[in-house]
Design a protein around this ligand. Sequence first.
Ligand code: NDP
Length: 317
Amino acid sequence: MRILFHLPGDDADAWLHDLKAACPEAEIRQWTPGDARPADYLLAWKPPAELLRGRTGLKAVFNLGAGVDALLDLLRREPQLLPASVPIIKLDDAGMGRQMVEYVMQAVLRHFRRVDDYEALQRQGIWRPLPPRRHAEHPIGVMGSGALGAQVIAALGAAGFPVRAWSRHPKPLDASAADAARFAGKDALPAFLNGLQQLVNMLPLTPETGNILDRACFDRLAAGAHLVNVARGAHLVEADLLDALASGRIAAATLDVFRQEPLPADHPFWRHPRIRITPHVSALTERGASIVQIVSRLHAMERGETAAGAIDRERGY
Ligand code: NDP
């Protein structure tokens, strides 16, 4: 089997080395501009149009991440780059779920335990116990209950919070997240949002979910709510967040993803006292776990089986 590989950044050599070790029977090469030689599989993160143009004979594209929005955005503009019959396979968890749990839990607990408030008091040298927040009065909502969201929902429930989960279709969650209240579809969104103390966004970016974190959404949350966005920057209407912070509707936001990355130096988010920023690091692709998953799926396909993880190009995830 012939594998074409494309990963921008410093990690490419280590990936190639480990891929070759895990799949010694394959001929694996890194794509360079002008390479039009045939390949059976493409393993890529954000492939340029040039890589796909005129390329025929691909059996599948493996997306080296959980979010397929960048690739689908390209294919929406130039659908002829990849026939609809070629499956696009995303990473499912592959070590990212654990990282998302860590990231979301630290953000949620920081707000719940009023760490920001105590830091403000410390800066003024004030010793003042504040009224504690109580789990029972602190519902937390998670948008998206897929490979990553379901693990966060389970962790929040295990920590004692009343959890609400919103997805596209009604579906049962694993036993570990079974206590979460389930909401599905657009019509259920208002009820899902009403009175939430914290809102965690773990949705894929699709034509349906872009700009979903807007004024109408914030207006339904409890006054003084906390927003955590670990999905995509284009989910958030930035001006509406700044307004909601100014009015007190939202007390604080923890943002890992942004419309423009890196976040421009003059962006107002950098200096906002109640916005916490990290540079798109909440869950990094883990090379070892990802390669194990991809190689097992490659072998399944070579045996003529359907590989797990294929996304639906129409619905966008
Ligand atoms: P999945 O595809 O496994 O799950 C997506 C979830 O979102 C599903 O529960 C799905 O509902 C739900 N969903 C999709 N569209 C809608 C909609 N219109 N309305 C309501 N619910 C919807 O994705 P993952 O859990 O693997 O990843 C989620 C996202 O996390 C990625 O797409 C990516 O953007 C982001 N991410 C961010 C990272 C970072 O470092 N910041 C790292 C990794 C991922 P249903 O179950 O009904 O299909």
